[in-house]
Design a protein around this ligand. Structure first.
Ligand code: WQD
Length: 350
């Protein structure tokens, strides 16, 4: 690379954001984090530095604050791209607090789109979700399959986000964007220095598994084994967060090198393999040698029965595919759970 390209990573101290900052730095990019630490911790910046030897510039403010954002952009002309992770993401909370979700997730995006135009930042990579497909009729699901009405305000902010970006790209041919539809990201950086930091009771399966195995939770509840799947539990496509982070670099480079076919594209990011909840638990037990105390309970409201990706478009166009197995991913989640607990103990926390 001739000059170090400058990339803003919103939500860069979050779970997927921090892993992406590491990959960016390791490829020679200058990553600038904007995050208000509403669901992350400043110690993540230390973790990133431990891995890469580079402390990323960190700007602590809320992206809803248009004035602060504009002031920052004025101070650093020549920014090449934005990777936008910053958003609220708890499905259940979004049902209880819809306005908070719409306000935060949409205002931040609108502000960033304004920034792209006003300060000549040509490229955007947007965090979207397989949640836009609802329960697909055909599996694996491709980018051609229809988007279904969202089942939560959170999911709706992702759908609306994609639509807003698509409209803006249609209106401004000089700007370009990619939306990445993630399936289920799991695991942590192999170094053990960064990983997921779920606040309070985890909603997601893998942090619940690791917290149960380490003894913070008494028992994992498997939400239903009466689905129309081989073992009755729900099926998802779990991919390692480092693989996912690498897809962002591939998407970014496609934009920077102008290899994109149109100025707005969408890609599924998954392994292409469906794994049931019971299989995930069994694989965790085999990969780590730890037992997970679990019980079968009723279905969780709003759960999709089964979904997995057809990632062939990303394989072909981004030259990206997942490389880390489910067992390795779960082992890395377990390593992180143990490291994280000892970091907390060292800091005198519980
Ligand atoms: C996986 C499976 C649960 C916890 C994710 C994101 C969400 C959204 C869609 C992201 C399901 C089961 C879980 C537990 C369980 N989009 N489970 N016991 O539902 O795919 O949602 O994708 O952008 O934000 O979280 O992931 O990890 O919550 O659940 O049995 O304690 O594990 O029923 O089948 P899900 P998940």
């Amino acid at each position: 690379m001739d000059k170090s390209k400058r990339v803003i990573v919103t939500g860069g101290t979050g779970y997927i954001g921090s892993h992406t900052v590491v990959e960016l730095q390791q490829k020679g990019y200058e990553a600038i984090i904007i995050d208000n630490l509403s669901n992350s911790d400043i110690s993540v910046v230390d973790g990133i530095e431990k891995i890469t030897g580079i402390r990323p510039r960190f700007e602590n403010f809320d992206l809803c604050n248009r004035k602060k954002l504009f002031r920052l952009m004025e101070s650093m002309p020549g920014t090449d791209a934005i990777i936008h992770f910053a958003a609220y993401k708890a499905v259940g909370e979004s049902v209880r607090e819809p306005l908070r979700y719409y306000h935060n997730n949409l205002t931040t995006l609108l502000n960033l789109l304004e920034v792209m135009e006003k300060y000549n930042v040509p490229s955007l990579v947007f965090s979207s979700s397989c949640t836009v497909y609802g329960q697909p009729e055909r599996l694996p699901v491709t980018e051609e399959d229809p988007v279904q009405p969202a089942t939560s305000p959170y999911g709706n902010t992702k759908q609306m986000g994609e639509e807003i970006i698509r409209d803006m790209m249609y209106a401004r041919s000089g700007l370009q964007a990619v939306s990445l539809r993630y399936f289920n990201p799991i695991g942590a950086h192999p170094s053990g220095h960064i990983g997921e930091l779920p606040a309070g009771m985890p909603e997601n399966l893998v942090p619940f598994i690791t917290q149960t195995a380490i003894g913070i939770r008494d028992q994992l509840k498997v939400f239903g084994v009466d689905y129309n799947t081989p073992d009755g539990s729900c099926i998802r496509d779990y991919l390692h967060v480092t693989d996912l982070a690498k897809a962002h670099i591939a998407a970014l480079e496609r934009l920077l090198d102008q290899k994109n076919k149109t100025n707005y594209e969408v890609f599924n990011l998954g392994t292409g393999q469906g794994v049931s909840v019971l299989e995930a638990i069994r694989t965790f037990e085999e990969a780590t040698g730890e037992k997970v105390n679990y019980t079968i309970t009723g279905r969780r409201e709003g759960d999709i029965e089964k979904i997995w990706a057809d990632p062939s478009l990303a394989n072909k166009e981004l030259g990206w595919k997942t490389e880390i197995t489910l067992a390795e991913s779960l082992r890395s989640a377990w390593k992180w759970e143990n490291n994280y607990r000892s970091i907390k103990r060292e800091n005198g926390e519980k």
